[in-house]
Write a new protein. Sequence first.
Length: 146
Amino acid sequence: MRSVYRALAGLIAIGVLVQAAAIALAWFTVIKDVDGGSVFTEDSGANVGHTIHTIVGSGVIPLLAILLLIISFFAKVDGGVRWALYVFGLVALQFGLAAAAFGAPVIGALHGLNAFALLAVAGMASRRAAGPAAVESPATTTEATT
């Protein structure tokens, strides 16, 4: 179960990276198309970047976060439930920030910053599942071996 926990947390972190790449692709595609004479309105169809961002952000990452939370109760990772709750909370906050950003675009900046927090927390959760040696500081490891 520890390996499943680690994999799920790692996949969430990778999902955040996919999200960043997808939204960059989406908006650079829009800019290129507009520069080429196209018009972008609310009636414009989503491009591949927007589609990927929507699928991964609305479906894949939330599903992985729910699975991580469920697995956390059985994985016997030190602090695993707490870290899974942090991940789940940040995913829920991400939804709220995205919804609010459509009404107040400045909140979109918080949506982006929260994504970095999610990346860090999911990465830390994955690292904790690797075992105690993975989260010890280098000084502690050096002291233990001398």
